[in-house]
Design a protein around this ligand. Structure first.
Ligand SMILES: C[S@@+](CC[C@H](N)C(=O)[O-])C[C@H]1O[C@@H](n2cnc3c(N)ncnc32)[C@H](O)[C@@H]1O
Length: 353
């Protein structure tokens, strides 16, 4: 016991902590009958306490605030063929939906390493999975960029999975700057501790480079005019940027594409994906399987090309002939699955050259 501590004070502190964490927090007041803002949806943020309300949101085809609904889980498990005792890596842990499905399929004896770049969400997901009974012997969480996967692994994996892009927790939280439905700082970083927010990035880029980026990252057809309009003013919030795009006579699709292009740029998403695809063969055991879920053409093109050239070079024994898409039930139940495409590959049994 330390010198300044009185006998029993540790116990008192523990009791005070328990009392404090047990005391229900006063919820924020909101206008109207139903909460509208992300932070006001207290029932959706606590699915374990408000099960019926949570289920009602899902039945309505929506994603409860602060959660993420995993996409094409059945297909992912089918193409990856997880078996008991295997070692799996989920490169994009997110809310943990795919990880839970894989973890369950590799028991008994299997282990899963869950990676995510997001310092705010990763600890919550780790705690959620621990509460579900996945102890440190079967599940490890690690905050890092999947670009460095080959350096992180001390042994190759049987399974590598990546579900690209952002989670609904990131997308829906105005404080993260991914949504233009509510006002928030124009940030768009998955790891706010690294790099620069999109508002600062826009101050460093010239008109022709921004136009190029809008084409390359989001196939924006009006890239030149939009780049000019955006750089004519200083934008620091999400709704300001949306307002500038609307003011230039463009629609919601253009707003969505501009946000996507900026998000890809500030997070160097293509750089990270290219690095992962390059290193994948070294991260997989002979006979190991990889599956990647993509959400736009720039991502899918890269995965398709990497798998095809890997097959030509004899690195992959077999790859997906056709891209897999969500079925009509999933599209109806979860509209956020609409642009998902799933590709997979199986590593050759031979060793790498
Ligand atoms: C679509 S979500 C994954 C959702 C997850 N499959 C689930 O079932 O909840 C994508 C996640 O990947 C993470 N991410 C994106 N790029 C990353 C990168 N380069 N390295 C590590 N994690 C990344 C994001 O922070 C986000 O949590």
């Amino acid at each position: 016991m330390c010198k300044a501590q009185k006998p029993g004070s540790g116990l008192r502190r523990l009791r005070a902590f328990i009392m404090d964490t047990e005391r229900p927090k006063r919820r924020r007041r909101y206008r109207g009958k139903n909460p509208r803002h992300f932070s006001e949806k207290y029932k959706e943020h606590a699915p374990e306490r408000y099960t019926a309300d949570f289920d009602k949101v899902i039945a309505g085809g929506r994603t409860p605030a602060g959660t993420h609904r995993p996409i094409m889980v059945g297909d992912v498990v089918e193409v990856l063929q997880p078996r008991p005792g295997e070692f799996a890596v989920d490169c994009t842990l997110g809310y943990g939906g795919h990880a839970i499905a894989l973890l369950s399929a590799i028991q008994p004896g299997g282990r899963l390493l869950g990676i995510d770049i997001d310092p705010a969400e990763l600890p919550k997901t780790e705690a959620r999975l621990r509460a579900l009974g996945f102890g440190p012997g079967v599940f490890t969480a690690h905050r890092t960029n999947y670009a460095g996967l080959s350096k992180l692994l001390s042994e190759p994996a049987d399974i590598v999975f990546a579900d690209l892009g952002v989670s609904s927790m990131q997308m829906d939280n105005p404080a993260r700057g991914f949504t233009y439905k509510y006002d928030g700082p124009l940030d768009l970083r998955m790891n706010p501790q690294r790099g620069q927010p999109a508002s600062a990035f826009l101050k460093t880029i010239d008109e022709s480079s921004l136009a190029e980026l809008l084409v390359e990252n989001a196939d924006e057809p009006d890239a030149d005019a939009l780049a000019r309009a955006i750089l004519q003013t200083t934008v620091s919030t999400t709704t300001e940027l949306a307002g500038v795009i609307r003011g230039a006579g463009r629609d919601e699709d253009s707003i969505r594409r501009v946000f996507q292009a900026l998000r890809i740029a500030v997070n160097d998403e293509f750089g990270a994906l290219d690095a992962l695809l390059r290193n994948l063969p070294f991260c997989l055991k002979p006979g190991g399987r990889v599956a990647v879920l993509t959400f736009h053409s720039g991502e899918d093109r890269r995965v398709k090309k990497a798998f095809q050239s890997g097959e030509r070079d004899g690195i992959y024994l077999e790859i997906a002939r056709e891209v897999l898409r969500p079925d009509s039930d999933e599209l109806r139940a979860n509209p956020r699955s609409r642009s998902a495409k799933l590709r997979w590959a199986r590593r050759n049994k031979g060793t790498l050259l």
